[in-house]
Design a binder for this molecule. Sequence first.
Ligand code: NAD
Length: 396
Amino acid sequence: MSKQVVQPRIRGFISLTAHPDGCAANVREQVAAIRAAGLTGHIGVALVVGSSTGYGLSSALTTAFGYGAKTLGVCFEKEPSSDKTGTAGWYNLAEAHRLAAAEGLTFETINGDAFSDEVKEQVVEALRRLGPVDVVIYSLAAPRRKDPDGTVWTSTLKPIGAPYHGRAFDLRSEAVVEAELEPATDEEIEATTKVMGGEDWRYWVNMLRAEGLLAPGARTVAYSYIGPEVTAPIYRRGTIGAAKEHLERTGIQLNETLAQSGNGGGAWVSVNKSVVTQASSAIPAVPLYLSVAYKVMKELGLHEGTTEQIIRLFRDHIGPGKTPVLDAERRIRLDDLEMSEAVQQRVEAIWPTITTENLAETTDYAGYKADFQRLFGFGVDGVDYDAPTEVERPLA
Ligand code: NAD
């Protein structure tokens, strides 16, 4: 056991430390919001791939604390040691495990590489004990994928076809800069699709089916993003967008496979709104866009984080007894408010006017930054950052 005073050590979009009490408080806040949503019905067993932070964490907390589901999560986090804090995702789950145990709920985690055969086998073993899954959420955001044969695929965030010249935000210097990105090669597009496309999701679902671990009527959802025109050259029309298109096509194919198997369930992709997470902070132009979108959406009373989005996903689309509402391309659209004309017209008007000097007035960069720090448990109300705290917290 080891008590430490934990200080933030943030470098650009990476934090080298995480505060256990701050992360725990964030999780308690999410659980309270999920409870307050008054979700109805019961889910038997849920599997969440990518369960420790962002959209996956909110999903796992919703299935467990909103629907009483035995929830099994898979994530890739660093355990704390006597001289180093664990990652934020580790502490998030430590608190989720603690809360679940106190309430007699089942909440388990397998910490390892979701792309590997070993982790998939561990999940199969765990589900033989917990029972077949009713809900599978696929929420991985990974920089690379190692295939069982040793091949490593690295995802890139690049435009396709033409270079990108445009605004971006340098998180280190907190300055608005002009970014230049060369277009991706075919190999880079393929590698990004391998990491962030639908192939691994399909492997998971087919494996569960083959092992008899998909309950009748099982539903599976993976998360996608479209976003505004200002980020389109590097997001939706870029390498990550190509991967997301693959994910969306995979959803349609998986749904057909499930229908043919007579399982009675379904597969969908949910297009979620942009939120501050570790993954989104790494995408050029997205932190700047988020700062503008935050300002506009807060002013219009439309602001949402991962918890509100995932509550909506279950309450309106995939929770017990619900029928998903789909767009013309068969996607659930939780980004409806973000993509509304009222929001996007204001974003487009503000975007060209932003400079480093007027950032505080033209955007809600302060809100973005506070949310970014909160991801790692810093700047959370009620936490005494001067007091030593136990960093070695188990996933009990
Ligand atoms: P995040 O970085 O908060 O979470 C990623 C999760 O994946 C973590 O639990 C992490 O431990 C896990 N993970 C990463 N590599 C892994 C591996 N090899 N094995 C096991 N687990 C691994 O990300 P997020 O922003 O919540 O993104 C989740 C999904 O939601 C992604 O598909 C993303 O594209 C999508 N999405 C995100 C946004 C956004 O604005 N953040 C918007 C719409 C959709």
